[in-house]
Write a protein that binds this ligand. Sequence first.
Ligand code: NAP
Length: 267
Amino acid sequence: MSKHIISIFTNDTELSRDVRADLRKELVNRGHTVIGEYSPNTDLIVCIGGDGAFLETIHKCNFPECPTVGINTGHLGFFQEILPCDIEKFINDYESGNYSIQELGTVKCVVTEADGNVIEHVGLNEITITGRKSYSIHFDITIGGKQIEKFSGDGILVATSAGSTAYNYSLGGSIVDPRLRLLQVTPIAPMNTTAYRSFTSSVLLPDDMSIGIIPESPEKRIYIANDGEISSYANVREIEVRRSAKVVNLVRFKDYDFWNKVKDKFL
Ligand code: NAP
């Protein structure tokens, strides 16, 4: 049986640290190499914690191509596949290749500042674009290069299918089966009055279309969050949101079923 290089990441709870110690011991006993960072030779990334810890790991490793699996230590755990009590079964299944890979798409936004400077952000769940807290923001939205609406409200969120169950869901967006490749544009507190006209529901787009955002007042500060990591900009000329070429390869075992997970976690 071939031996693997396994990178383990964990959040900072006592349970997660205990699980890491047990996992490390078992993997080393079986002849695998365990490291605490990501290397180009890593065969598998294991992330111990909740979805937040999973997102942090993916960002820390800069959206690695190698298979990644999560062990849930008491959080919501949408990305997380394994329970701490199933570590031995997980290693057996991994060693015998008894798993499949779920490829998750990601979303990126390309910010062009007034001076022509360009910055990119990538998200596995979503990108949000908002104004200053408690102030409305106004921008033109284009879809596929065509002007569609003049948005007014707190901002917009563009979710991947995998991110549809996160912030998008709290905003009233739809839950999307991750097998569907699309981008979901969900308004955040849109204004729909005789003064301002914005869509009040989510819009679903094929993931090869791009969304353009042109601020009405470029000098006003704009906040962009990719999976909750916030960056702020003054003097934005334009923002383009589209599918990113990066993907996350999630390890899924035989019992995984997205809709069972939705039922378990939300109903
Ligand atoms: P957090 O604010 O500490 O936790 C947000 C919650 O979202 C956690 O319960 C987390 O699960 C859950 N979550 C993350 N990704 C998910 C997914 N794909 N499906 C279902 N639930 C998911 O922030 P965080 O832990 O660093 O996570 C960042 C994410 O928080 C952002 O990407 C955004 O989607 C979400 N967020 C949600 C709201 C909201 O719902 N009002 C507001 C801001 C941000 P675990 O408990 O397993 O970690």
